[in-house]
Ligand binder design. Structure first.
Ligand code: PGA
Length: 253
């Protein structure tokens, strides 16, 4: 059975103490995840050890980094390497979030490199893709997302690609309260899966989790996650409220 993931993306929000309280409130619910279900929390770097320590006792709960450096190590002031994440047992890393692409000039090539480094370190990349509103308005979203995946991911072997999680996040739906309709989400997810099928194989396309991101809320998660090709969500705003994110985790199929 394909893995399903409810992933929180805290972005640059919450103090350390607020982050601790949020995780405590979620863990208090004792959510029982099935073997194929996962709850992942992409927290700010200084909170990773705390989050990892809190989450490691709960089955299929894990902490994630929100980014990593495309350099292995060395004189890169302010950067965080994959080796550093590995050394504190972090198992997931979000890569290529649209905010990183827009504000920190992350391009497909550097993202390909970051993905390689994560895979080498046994860290699962949660690789984000998605189009802007202007691209959606001219109907060019499928080609745009295809180019993102081809330039960053499609040189990987079948074994490697199977260790990647893809998150489709239409930029026009992020933080805007405007969610893609279930039809729009399903259509793009099916498209991504068909690209994986033609490039790799049916089995590989069936294995890779594809998450939806962009204004996922407690009230719409169940409907979105019920789409056949939507395997969970990457959640910003609603992941900052314990009750909301608990409901989102409970919306996994
Ligand atoms: P949002 O953010 O849920 O606040 O729209 C999603 C994301 O950016 O991952």
């Amino acid at each position: 059975m394909r893995q399903q993931i409810a992933a929180a993306n805290w972005k640059m929000n919450l103090t350390y103490q607020q982050g601790e309280a949020l995780l405590d409130a979620i863990l208090k619910e004792n959510i029982a995840l099935a073997d194929h279900q996962h709850a992942v929390f992409a927290v700010p770097f200084p909170y990773l050890i705390m989050a990892h320590n809190k989450l490691k006792g709960a089955k299929n709960f894990a902490a994630a980094a929100q980014n990593c450096s495309d350099k292995k190590s060395g004189a890169y002031t302010g950067e965080i390497s994959v080796e550093m994440l590995q050394s504190i047992n972090i198992k997931y890393c979000v890569l290529g979030h649209s905010e990183r692409r827009e504000y920190f000039s992350e391009f497909n090539q550097a993202l390909a490199h970051k993905t390689t480094l994560c895979l080498e370190a046994g860290i699962t990349p949660i690789f984000c893709c998605g189009e802007s509103l202007s691209i959606r308005e001219v109907g060019a979203q499928e080609g745009f997302v295809e180019a993102q995946l081809k330039e960053s991911l499609f040189h990987f072997s079948e074994d490697e690609i199977r260790r990647i999680v893809i998150a489709y996040e239409p930029i026009w739906a992020i933080g805007t309260g405007k969610t893609a309709s279930t039809e729009q989400a399903q259509e793009m997810h099916a498209h991504i899966r068909s690209l994986l099928r033609s490039k790799y194989s049916e089995a590989t396309a069936d294995t890779i989790p594809i998450l939806y991101g962009g204004s996922v809320k407690a009230g719409n998660a169940k409907e979105l996650f019920s789409c056949p090709d939507v395997d969970g969500g990457l959640v910003g705003g609603a992941s900052l409220v314990a009750a909301d994110f608990v409901q989102i985790i409970n919306s996994l199929k």
